[in-house]
Design a protein around this ligand. Structure first.
Ligand SMILES: *Cc1c(COP(=O)(O)O)cnc(C)c1O
Length: 409
């Protein structure tokens, strides 16, 4: 029996993994059989009542679902809007990433795998994977660029505490994309017992679909919650976009509600006229990590290194489903830069006693823009994570700008 919420679903991707002209599988032949195995196992798991029941129970009892939909009274007054926050920051490990890790880890179990591998940039996905691997008794190897290891020593330590092995990648630019390549190489070699757990709605089919399906619990809950509280749907949904998983998880169950506007907020990085992490706003059509979408590239078609103060938005690509929503004008994508994100961070901390992740702070800041054009409207924001992990960055930023101010005086 289908639940009521399923009526809102749309049918993308198609059988070949395309969202309109985006997505697909652009991969070497060697990965093809790994992906086919994954695809058919996922189709079976989706039909299994036992799979769903077990996952639901862990989402509830272990991760902390459903998360509250909180009416932010003071923030609302400040912006002259009605602001609701979907509190993914209250989940175990402090962000929405655990929804996906739990879902895919249960899929790995369903497939009889014993080992999970993943790649991580800032380390947040690595921590979510290491957490679930510990819980469900998987051997766990996390690939991470040497540069990222040095920048994110706390998350590296966290993964080790949880029993995972962190493998340093010293090739290429020693960051996320190199870690991805290594993880794929490992997968092809060890697919018999190994599951590759991807962290966002990116990569070749079926990953963008699988990760979305495990994240759309955000939007399903939010839709029921807002209907209960307001008696109607919100005017707009706002979420930050790195790879795009928390945003698509929120948007997707509202797809057919044409009056609900979708706003995806990308990171513009440092400076007023920069678009350092804004793949949808400033990227070009290209193939990156096995799928067709918008990518940040230089004039020679080389992938650029993304830059944002928010570690989780530091990604040069974006999920193909967002590219599709943009192309059919179902969603609007905008940018917020580093200093604006800090403003959003301070605002929510000071007004509501909620310290948001720097990623989510991009979405909070954008409310200011919405307030200008649409006074009094109801905005539902995905608060994708909590900000404890970012306090060092905030302190460093504040000290730096204090010094600058003193010098200029
Ligand atoms: C990783 C992360 C993001 C960005 O990832 P998406 O796939 O775009 O959701 C956003 N917010 C937080 C708190 C994160 O940890």
């Amino acid at each position: 029996m289908k639940s009521k919420a399923n009526k809102t679903d749309i049918k993308v991707p198609d059988k070949k993994g395309y969202f309109g002209e985006f997505g697909g599988k652009f991969i070497p032949e060697t990965i093809s059989s790994c992906l086919n195995e994954l695809e058919s196992a996922y189709a079976k798991a989706k039909q299994s009542k036992k799979f769903k029941k077990e996952l639901d129970s862990y989402l509830r009892e272990y991760a902390g679902r459903p998360t509250p939909l909180y009416f932010a009274k003071k923030l609302s007054k400040y912006f002259k809007l009605k602001v609701y926050l979907k509190r993914e920051d209250l989940l175990h490990t402090g962000a929405h990433k655990i929804n996906n890790s739990l879902g895919q880890a249960f899929l790995a179990k369903f497939m009889g795998k014993e080992r999970i591998i993943a790649e991580t940039g800032a380390g947040q996905h690595g921590v979510a994977v290491a957490t679930i691997a510990s819980l469900l008794d998987f051997k766990c190897d996390i690939y991470m660029g040497q540069e990222d290891i040095e920048r994110q020593s706390m998350n590296v330590f966290r993964m080790k505490v949880l029993g995972a092995r962190v493998i340093a990648v010293r090739s290429g630019s020693k960051t996320l994309k190199d870690a991805c390549n290594e993880a794929f190489r490992d997968w092809v070699t060890n697919v018999r017992n190994t599951y590759y757990l991807l962290g966002s709605v990116v990569g070749p089919h079926p990953y963008p679909m699988i990760v979305r399906d495990f994240q759309l619990v955000i939007g399903r809950e939010a839709r029921l919650q807002i209907l209960k509280k307001e008696g109607k749907l919100p005017d707009c949904l706002v979420a930050c976009v790195g790879g795009g998983s928390n945003a698509i998880g929120l948007f997707y169950p509202f797809f057919k509600d044409k009056k609900v506007k979708f706003i995806g907020v990308e990171a513009a990085g440092f400076g007023l006229n920069s678009y350092n992490s804004a793949s949808l706003t400033k990227g070009e059509l290209g193939v990156f990590q096995g799928s067709k979408s918008y990518v940040l590239q230089d004039k020679f078609g080389q992938i650029k290194n993304a830059h944002s103060i928010a570690p989780g938005l530091d990604y040069p690509g974006v999920g193909p489903e967002h590219a599709f929503y943009k192309s059919i004008k179902r969603a609007e994508y905008v940018t917020v830069n580093d200093s604006q994100a800090i403003e959003g961070f301070k605002l929510l901390s000071e007004l509501e006693g909620i310290i948001p992740a720097l990623e989510s702070s991009h979405a909070i800041y954008y409310l200011q823009k919405i307030a200008k054009d649409n006074k009094g409207c109801t905005a539902l924001v995905c608060l994708s994570g909590r900000g404890d992990k970012d306090l060092d960055i905030i302190r460093e930023y504040t000290e730096k700008s204090n010094t600058k101010n003193k010098i200029s005086k």
